[in-house]
Design a protein around this ligand. Structure first.
Ligand code: SF4
Length: 246
């Protein structure tokens, strides 16, 4: 990745042309100025407490997980490397109050952090969808972090970064996508053990499309009085399940 290099401070030079500061120079800060972008588009938010609200999506390329039921495999590769300033301008050009960074896994690209800050500086409500495998602690506190906790049927539950739970706050949302009863019981245990409904603003559960009957998941939630919000992947109801870029 190309990068702009900035130095923390200038070192004064004395009359003999020598540096007045004998301490070793600090390493330059590398400010990531490009991002690899799969697509930028406007739609309605589909999987959070913001469901149904018009939203600009910035989908970044690349993911280090391989969930068995992943529906965005097209974002694993390809995309276009753009200057961060151009990504920002394109995202703002859709003029929606809500902007979401998604993927793939957006946090694999260091430029995602300054981009989220710049979007918030521009007055946007910023959402981040992340797999729950990357550290979320350095994200701008104005960002609503939607953190997946990958259940066993995803094949990636061993990748959950449980230390992220310490960083959750009322602005954040935890999301479980569940494929079967075993996944549900795993999620229920995690919610109870970590009191996720006390830490995060919302705990979301949804069925894997075509794998778990929505009515079964609703019945289990009601039976257990689980403190969660049930949801469906809205774009699969509005459009066909295979439609991309919506
Ligand atoms: S984390 Fe998301 S993008 Fe990556 S494999 Fe899993 S579902 Fe797909």
């Amino acid at each position: 990745m190309s990068a702009v290099t900035k130095h923390l401070r200038l070192t004064p030079i004395d009359s003999k042309g020598e540096s007045a500061d004998v301490r070793p120079a600090r390493r330059p800060i590398r400010v990531p100025d490009t991002l690899v972008v799969h697509e930028i588009y406007v739609s309605v938010q589909g999987e959070s407490s913001f469901v149904g609200v018009p939203c600009t999506f910035v989908r970044l390329t690349g993911c280090n997980l391989r969930c068995t039921w992943c529906d965005t495999t097209q974002a694993f590769k390809g995309g276009q490397r753009l200057q961060r300033s151009e990504v920002l301008a394109r995202a703002l050009s859709f003029d929606t109050p809500l902007v979401e960074l998604t993927g793939g896994e957006p946090l694999l690209q260091p430029g995602a952090l300054p981009l989220m800050k710049e979007l918030a500086d521009a007055g946007r409500t910023v959402l981040l969808e992340t797999s729950g495998e990357r550290d979320i602690s350095a994200i701008d506190p104005r960002v609503h972090r939607i953190v997946d906790l990958k259940a066993p049927a995803s094949g990636e539950s061993h990748r959950v970064l449980w230390s992220n739970i310490e960083h959750l706050g009322p602005r954040d949302e935890v999301k479980f996508v569940l494929a079967d009863r075993a996944d549900y019981e795993w999620a229920r245990a995690a919610i109870e053990r970590h009191e996720l409904h006390e830490r995060a603003g919302h705990v979301l559960v949804s069925p894997v499309f075509g794998r778990l009957e929505p009515r079964d998941l609703v019945a289990w939630v009601l039976e257990d009085k689980l403190p969660v919000r049930f949801q469906l992947q809205l774009h699969k109801v509005v459009w066909s399940p295979e439609t991309q870029g919506v």
